[in-house]
Design a protein around this ligand. Structure first.
Ligand SMILES: Cc1ncc(COP(=O)(O)O)c(C=O)c1O
Length: 374
């Protein structure tokens, strides 16, 4: 029997991606250019948003949005603690205070009622996370937010829909193309939005404050001059990355079908086990992108569980250590009590899930989990 290592995640890259990247490398223009533009168009069409803005990472997208919204000292930003620390880092580095909302233990999604209770005069933004590929319950969050900007953390939500519409069509949203995400550009991110002026500002902030992309300034008979009205960053995606993204987008349906099939097998095989809780399904109409498969260990010690997986050459992940328990965050925020987040944080573990996993690999994971958590 093949007992080769099964990683937690693996990008789904084929000849088409390699050829697309090669074409860009041979084209003479490898940084931000027409391929980024094509990728942005594809992404706007997928999400139904008016605009897409390709970037070096999701984190860069969050940074640009904070700048554009003027989030700074004295402001509060509401986010779940059960998220990747990049968001919390951005809040803190902007000089604002992270205010942590608790989650639903079953779905690991932000609790809308909790969000409402945390809103104050200082709340400058709300950042729900579409955790593991399941959509947060946006209707009550938007109702509670009123005019407070919502930034949807859609890093896990490529292919996720909420009540019939893809994530990213309602509010500003930030996607990630880090290698473990549903589609990848090596590293990369995309902001989607509908406010043309704001998106234009983000585009300026993305590249030094220069109003036109370099490829438009260096083309035949083009005008190489520029003016700067506001200083910006250097967060532009390259055409090399976008070439990967354009091909990956064409495979998104296939990729997410494969992910859903594996998740379905896990659910079928693991739901009788008494030692673990499987991800609960949100009660509202949705499409899950199955970015992650996060189980919660009920009666099994997590250390022992990880050791058993490692002994059988199976990888795993931890998404995520609760942000409010990280040392520097504790110093800033003091004692915060989030019962569901804390209970989940001690018990979660992400099982391998990626489109290239074959039946026997899925079965190996099921067998080992069954042995330890049965
Ligand atoms: C929930 C969440 N938010 C934000 C990010 C940041 O994305 P990036 O790595 O592209 O900066 C990630 C990436 O892992 C994430 O999982």
């Amino acid at each position: 029997m093949d007992d080769a290592f099964i990683p937690m995640s693996k990008p789904y890259i084929g000849r088409e991606e390699i050829e697309a990247v090669t074409r860009v490398l041979e084209s003479g223009w490898i940084t931000t250019g027409p391929v980024c533009q094509e990728f942005e168009g594809q992404f706007a069409r997928l999400t139904g948003a008016g605009y897409g803005l390709s970037l070096t990472s999701g984190t860069a997208g969050m940074h640009l949005i904070f700048k554009a919204l003027g989030i700074s000292k004295g402001d509060e930003v509401i986010t779940p603690s059960m998220t990747f620390v990049s968001t919390v880092n951005q809040i803190v580095m902007a000089g604002a205070k992270p205010v942590f909302a608790d989650i639903d233990y079953g779905t690991l999604l932000i609790d809308p009622a909790g969000v409402e209770r945390l809103i104050t005069k200082r709340t400058k933004a709300i950042i729900p996370v579409h955790f593991a590929g399941a959509p947060a319950d946006m209707d009550p969050i938007e109702e509670a937010a009123g005019k407070i900007p919502i930034i949807e953390d859609a890093a896990h939500a490529i292919g996720t829909s909420y009540k019939g519409r893809h994530i990213g069509c309602r509010n500003l949203a930030v996607f990630s193309f880090h290698p473990i995400k549903n589609i990848t550009t090596g590293e990369g991110g995309m902001v989607t939005g509908n406010d043309g002026d704001l998106m234009k500002r983000l585009r300026l902030l993305k590249f030094h404050g220069i109003e036109r992309d370099a490829w438009k300034r260096y083309g035949k008979a083009s005008d190489p001059s520029y003016d700067i009205t506001e200083p910006g960053f250097k967060y532009n995606m390259t055409d090399i990355q976008a070439a990967l993204g354009v091909v990956q987008m064409k495979k998104l349906v296939e990729i997410n079908e494969k992910r859903a099939r594996i998740a379905g097998k896990y659910i079928e095989a693991l739901s009788p086990l008494s030692g673990i809780d499987l991800p609960a399904s949100p009660a509202y109409d949705h499409v899950h992108s199955w970015h992650l498969f996060v189980v919660k260990l009920r009666s099994v010690d997590r250390r022992r569980f990880m050791e058993a997986l490692a002994e059988h050459n199976i990888g795993y992940g931890l998404h995520f250590p609760a942000c409010h328990t990280l040392s520097y965050v504790k110093k800033i925020c003091g004692q915060v009590h989030l019962p569901a987040t804390e209970e989940a944080a001690d018990r979660i573990l992400s099982l391998p899930l990626y489109p290239g996993m074959d039946e026997s690999q899925v079965q190996r994971v099921i067998d080992v989990v069954g042995k330890v958590a049965g």
